[in-house]
Design a protein around this ligand. Sequence first.
Ligand code: HEC
Length: 122
Amino acid sequence: MQKLLIFAILFITYITYSSWVYTRGTDRASIMSSHQELGKQIYQEYNCQSCHQLFGLGGYLGPELTTVISDKNRGELYARILLENGAIRMPNFHLSPKQVNALIDYLKYVDANAFTYKTDGK
Ligand code: HEC
């Protein structure tokens, strides 16, 4: 009788814990807006990934861009200037202001979803 009781307690604990874990949801990623989607297309069209990495994937001539927007030493304005003018090794693609805005918006999306790339408070 005692064994049955222990089994029942363990079973109920297991069911309760499992349903708690599996209903909480782990996917915190947000949905991409159509403007951000446009930025993603431009990113692919201009082959930005041949020089840059997002989430560690891409070329290594240019810097990692996953958190370029929230980075204390870089940020949106810096990214915008680079996109509008190019730099020594970063080509100037002569992008329209519309394209630049979409690219920045896409980079914001990437940044906002880069949970594992950020350490809290740093
Ligand atoms: C030929 C390689 C190359 C391509 C293609 C390229 N970049 Fe870059 N990019 C660079 C390099 C290198 C830098 C660093 C600045 C420098 O040395 O000129 C840079 C810097 C940047 C920066 C500033 C971030 C930082 O940490 O310096 C942003 C934002 C950026 N690139 C976005 C883009 C986007 C968006 C595209 C596609 C439209 C793109 N790049 C295509 C090479 C490239």
